[in-house]
Design a protein. Sequence first.
Length: 136
Amino acid sequence: MMFAAVHVHPVISVPVAIAAAVTLMWYWWRLGRPTVPAPRRRLRRVSLVLMIIALPTLVRGLSFVDPAIHKKAYVLSWTFVLVMVGLIFVTALLDAFVSMHLHRRAYERELHDAASTLAQALREQDGAARAGDKPG
């Protein structure tokens, strides 16, 4: 009996893919928390969907398609996986830009709040100094 020449035996790749899918689903659920900003949640969920879509094709290319026998299917599988990795990379870049934007907005809000607090303290200090200057 001859076995197909695959990169990884399905006994290894399928359980790893299932564990990866469960982890991705868990992360999807964690992104639903109210503390996660909506733009970040949307982008990360898009990348999670892309990862879940890519998993079966990755397992197929690793463990079920013999490149010596099914050349076309092998190339198509790996081309699809590479395209998906590229799309996931693009969503990661977009996520980085969104995170920088969110951080900048939070920093600007913090600066504005600090300036307002300082202005209020200076007005109170000025009012107390003027009240002390008035003859009683």
